[in-house]
Design a protein around this ligand. Structure first.
Ligand code: SIN
Length: 497
């Protein structure tokens, strides 16, 4: 091993709940862990923004499993769902309640379980409607204080280091400098793909980095066409999520003609599966000009004070209803992994939103993403511990010379988002998907011509986004079955002669 090479037992890329849990699992199993994160502030991870909460089984795992599978339109992998649900209560108690001292809302002596769409019963642990940050901040603090853990903030992974089918770490960039970090095992926890669409609930920087790096290294990806849109995201300039929990408490959706439209569309009305509600909201907006969430049936400010404050900050008079539209929220597919988070490449793991565990199938049940990140993170971390780092030849990344302006990336992003919004959004059309595929191929070609091996972060993100967009569009063109989040419009009936 080269004397000056930087090595670690386990390299985790990403610091949302999945990455932190992976680090904790590996550290508990005796490994030295390095956590590299693009962000230098908690709000850089989707976890911080999560509102709803963490669903648990509450002693009835079969009912919970059934809800997960039904919400997925029967496409979730039952083995993966069993792992998620059977471990939920124990891992939540161990990590969140006992290790991190997270204080979920209570009602008297008992937890105050929230109800969300497609859950047969209230089973969501929450803290107001800002559960994510109340978990994320103590988790970050706990890991920052852990003696087996080193944090590298404001540090982006640009490429994986591979040799003969095994992953040996990643090329990390900080402040323009790039260096190889060799690891016995590498765990990708890079989150979502929000930057591929103009409107998303994800924080900026959600560019599909882990998925693109893994795919470039030859890892299998799966279910990429299943992009979940959240139905109720404010239409304000700086959009904010209005949690499904608000509908769980009785809020109603009304269109521009003041009519409630969900009861005619699904028997569960506002609490129908998320994809059904999202498409209905989009159609009603097209038809009547707007959709708003009528929160008058509940004590909105009393039950959701954080959301009421957000409304006030963004000049939304919630007593008149909150104007909403769908926005990209979560990718159900990703790097294909088993129930321990192992990818198809030796020593490469993936957890959280960048992974495809099979739990969500074609559509994710509300308040299962933090849980999935926690369960798969702990399992992957434990499994990944114990391999020694080996120093191999690192990929050569050329500096961009001269540096391309970040404006180059921004301009390309606008084009990429336009294609994804128009053709690879809530409703898809086979011909339009083919067109999108063509445009995205050309765009990736243009991006590659400039940035194949460059070290500039904005360009690496653009390249990752263009690869991930292409994977999504290609998967969408290859699946002509409308299921869950992947909705393919019927061709118009042929005109009679
Ligand atoms: C929400 O609070 O509506 C989002 C919860 C989730 O996506 O699981």
């Amino acid at each position: 091993m080269a004397a000056d090479a930087t090595t670690t037992d386990v390299l985790v890329v990403g610091s949302g709940i999945a990455g932190l849990a992976a680090g904790l699992g590996a550290a508990r199993a005796g490994s030295e862990v390095t956590i590299a994160t693009k962000s230098s502030r908690p709000a850089g991870a989707s976890t911080w923004w999560a509102q709803g909460g963490v669903a648990i089984a509450r002693g009835d795992p079969e009912a919970f499993k059934q809800d997960v599978i039904e919400a997925s339109a029967g496409t979730a992998d039952p083995d993966a769902v069993s792992v998620l649900v059977d471990q939920a209560d124990e891992i939540v108690r161990d990590v969140l309640v006992e290790t991190l001292d997270v204080e979920f809302d209570t009602n008297g002596d008992a937890f105050d379980f929230g109800r969300e769409a497609a859950h047969g019963e209230p089973r969501v642990l929450h803290i107001d409607a800002s559960t994510g940050r109340h978990i994320h901040v103590p988790f970050l603090n706990h890991m920052a204080d852990h003696e087996a853990v080193t944090f590298r903030e404001d540090t982006a992974a640009l490429a994986l280091i591979t040799h003969e089918g095994r992953v040996h770490g990643a090329m990390l960039e900080h402040d323009g400098e790039v260096e190889p970090v060799y690891a016995g095992t590498t765990i990708l926890a890079t989150g979502g793909i929000g930057d591929l669409y103009a409107r998303s609930t994800n924080p900026d920087g959600s560019t599909g980095d882990g998925i693109a790096m893994a795919a470039l290294a030859g890892a299998d990806v799966a279910d990429m066409e299943y992009v979940q849109f959240h139905p109720t995201v404010s239409t304000t300039e700086d959009p904010f999520l209005v949690s499904e929990a608000v509908r769980g408490e009785g809020a109603l959706l009304r269109n521009g003609e003041d009519e409630r439209f969900m009861p005619a569309i699904h028997e569960d009305a506002e609490l129908a599966p998320r994809d059904v509600v999202a498409r209905a909201v989009a159609r009603e907006r097209d038809r009547t000009g707007e959709v708003y969430l009528d929160v008058s049936p509940l004590d909105f400010a009393g039950t959701f004070p954080d959301l009421a404050n957000l409304c006030a900050e963004r000049d939304v008079d919630w007593e008149q209803g909150i104007p909403v539209a769908p926005a990209e929220h979560f990718l159900c597919g990703g790097i294909d992994v088993d129930t321990w988070g192992r990818s198809s490449l030796d020593c490469l793991y993936a957890v959280g939103e960048c992974a495809r565990t099979g739990v969500h199938g074609a559509n994710r049940l509300a308040s299962t993403s933090l849980l999935e990140g926690l369960v798969w993170g702990m399992r992957a971390g434990e499994d990944a511990a114990g391999a020694d780092p080996v120093v191999v030849e690192a990929p050569r990344l050329r500096d961009s010379d001269p540096a391309l302006p970040d404006r180059f990336a921004r301009e390309k992003f606008v084009r990429l988002q336009r294609v994804m919004d128009e053709y690879v959004g809530l409703e898809r059309d086979p011909e339009e998907l083919q067109r999108a595929l063509g445009v995205l191929r050309r765009l990736k070609g243009e991006v590659d011509a400039y940035v194949r091996t460059r070290t500039q972060r904005s360009l690496a993100e653009l390249r990752h986004a263009s690869i991930t967009a292409l994977l999504i569009a290609r998967a969408a063109t290859e699946n002509d079955e409308s299921v869950g989040t992947h909705y393919v419009r019927e061709p118009a009936p042929a005109r009679e002669a």
